[in-house]
Ligand binder design. Structure first.
Ligand SMILES: [Zn+2]
Length: 120
């Protein structure tokens, strides 16, 4: 057995092992989003979102990009979505979680406000 590969696989699953991180990934399914957009869309505080984004980043699943005062995250391993899809089938969930697409009324991010220069 290639133990190191199994350990790497286990690391991927550990990174996914939280409902907040799954919700974040669902939100990133449609493409890059800024932290404040995830905050508004998921209804959690920024510190909470950032903590979970850090776990996903360390696992190499997402990557961040700073643009002015905003920090954007994107999924760099899109294979993760087939894992999410499989998990959903396993629990009998047929419908996708509906995460609001931009614009979200309470969100100050550039996509929602429609101004590229706006900071969160
Ligand atoms: Zn937004």
């Amino acid at each position: 057995m290639k133990t190191h590969l199994l350990q790497s696989e286990a690391r991927v699953f550990r990174a996914l092992m939280h409902p907040a991180r799954l919700a974040i990934l669902e939100m990133l399914r449609g493409g890059e989003q800024c932290v404040c957009h995830m905050e508004a869309g998921l209804g959690h505080r920024q510190a909470y979102i950032s903590q979970h984004l850090a776990v996903l980043r360390e696992a190499g699943i997402v990557r961040d990009r700073r643009d002015g005062l905003n920090i954007f995250y994107r999924v760099v391993r899109p294979e993760v979505f087939s894992l999410l899809d499989t998990a959903r089938v396993m629990v009998g969930g047929e419908t996708l979680i509906t995460i609001p697409a931009p614009p979200i009324a309470a969100c100050p991010c550039p996509k929602c406000v429609g101004d590229e220069k706006v900071a969160c």
